[in-house]
Design a protein. Structure first.
Length: 139
C-alpha cells in the first residue's frame, strides 16, 4: 500500500467489517475464533488485500527487541490490526489489548470484532484510532 491516508485506512476498516459480516452471515455464532480468523482472512485476501495473521509481536524494550508470546489475529495492509473474539461478554481488557497492538505495531487503526452476537454491524464491532491516525492526511 502506498502512502496512507485517513480515507485509505477507513476504506480498509469498512472492508474488514464487511468481510466479518459475510463470515458471520455464512457461519453464524458459536465457533472458535480461529475458524472466523481463517475465513475473514480468506475474504480479505479474495479482495486483493495483504493479510498477515497470528504473527508474533516483538516488544521494543529500551531499544532491545524482546520476543514475546503476543500474537495479533490479523494485520491488514500493515495499516489496520484486527482482534477477533467469540465471547458472550466483551471485557475492557479486549479494548486495552487492541490499543496495545496498535501501539506496538505502529498502525493507525484497530478493529475489535465479536462473532458471538446477533448483528456484527450493530453490536459486534468497535473501531479504534490513535495519534498515528490523527496525523494522517485526509486524502
Amino acid at each position: 500500500m502506498n502512502r496512507l491516508t485517513k480515507k485509505i485506512v477507513n476504506d480498509l476498516s469498512y472492508q474488514i467489517i464487511g468481510a466479518a459480516i459475510e463470515v458471520h452471515k455464512t457461519l453464524g455464532p458459536g465457533l472458535y475464533e480461529d475458524v472466523y480468523e481463517a475465513c475473514v482472512a480468506w475474504e480479505l485476501e479474495k479482495l486483493g488485500l495483504a493479510v498477515e495473521y497470528q504473527k508474533q509481536v516483538l516488544v521494543d524494550y529500551k531499544g532491545v527487541q524482546i520476543d514475546t508470546l503476543l500474537r495479533y489475529d490479523l494485520l491488514v495492509e500493515k495499516a489496520v490490526v484486527v482482534e477477533l473474539k467469540s465471547v458472550r461478554e466483551m471485557h475492557p481488557i479486549f479494548e486495552a489489548q487492541i490499543l496495545t497492538y496498535m501501539r506496538l505495531l505502529k498502525v493507525p487503526k484497530g478493529v475489535l470484532i465479536n462473532f458471538f452476537c446477533t448483528n456484527i454491524f450493530k453490536e459486534g464491532q468497535k473501531t479504534f484510532v490513535n495519534d498515528l491516525y490523527a496525523a494522517l492526511p485526509d486524502e
